[in-house]
Design a protein around this ligand. Structure first.
Ligand code: IPD
Ligand code: CA
Length: 244
């Protein structure tokens, strides 16, 4: 609720010279505080890995929340309603539950291991397209501060663009993953992301019948901070294009 209110305020602040920058940072921190306090009450002892607050060790060493209180910060800052809160629960290294919520449009994606993935209570399923030429692929574009990553990304983009219908860039990795789970995207890849960006999405895609690997084809997505996702056929084909 707080983020939604603050998003409304950002739209007013757009016109000021200073812009909404500091205000957005505060909105982000407030959202994280809310999530941290509520989850600490609900599951005392679980640890945290949070975008703003970093690592908080828990007394329960087998459970950790991975929290991004505002994924899609740049969109939020610019008044683009594509952002969300992403929360994942990791047990013994495995993501067992995930929630991604976009308060601007009230979209709630939830998944739990073995229980399926849902958008606002509707069961999700990855797409059935199996040819790259028919597929819509999401990706992440490294921002200005990651200038050194630009050449590799441009190479990959060039390779992928030559094979698929088209490419999209939402600006919120957690939602990109949910779009794969919902069958909107047939595949998605990104490098240089953090566990809190993708952990919830990993269980979402799995529970929707999809596949995920890191960009080398292994299962170290959270550790390496790379991901290649999709339905079975497109994930494999996309990985073939970007691997190495
Ligand atoms: C970013 C978004 C973006 C992705 C970046 C992330 P933030 O998260 O998910 O889509 O390309 O790698 O850092 O900074 O908006 O929380
Ligand atoms: Ca993020």
């Amino acid at each position: 609720r707080g983020l939604k209110r603050d998003f409304g305020e950002v739209e007013n602040l757009q016109v000021s010279v200073k812009g909404p920058g500091d205000f957005v940072t505060l909105a982000d921190q407030k959202a994280e505080k809310t999530v941290f306090e509520e989850l600490s009450k609900a599951r005392p002892g679980y640890g945290f890995v949070m975008e703003e607050g970093g690592v908080v060790e828990g007394t329960d060493k087998s459970h950790t929340w991975h929290v991004d209180p505002l994924d899609g910060t740049t969109n939020f800052l610019h008044g683009v309603p594509i952002f969300g809160v992403s929360i994942a629960l990791v047990r013994e290294g495995q993501v067992i539950a995930g929630v991604v919520y976009n308060p601007a449009v009230d979209d709630m994606f939830v998944a739990e291991r073995g229980q399926g993935a849902y958008l606002n209570n509707r069961r999700l399923r990855v797409s059935g397209r199996n040819k790259l030429t028919d597929s819509l692929i999401g990706c992440g574009v490294p921002h200005l501060g990651k200038r050194r990553e630009h050449p590799r990304f441009l190479d990959e983009l060039d390779t992928v663009m030559a094979k698929v219908t088209n490419v999209r860039r939402l600006g919120a990795a957690a939602l990109d993953m949910c779009f794969v789970a919902a069958g909107r995207y047939d595949g998605y890849w990104e490098r240089g992301i953090k566990s809190w960006d993708i952990a919830a999405g990993l269980v979402m895609i799995k529970e929707a019948g999809g596949f995920t690997t890191d960009c080398d084809g292994g299962q170290d997505m959270l550790e390496k901070g790379t991901v290649c996702a999709g339905n079975e056929a497109i994930q494999a084909a996309l990985l073939g294009l970007i691997k190495g």
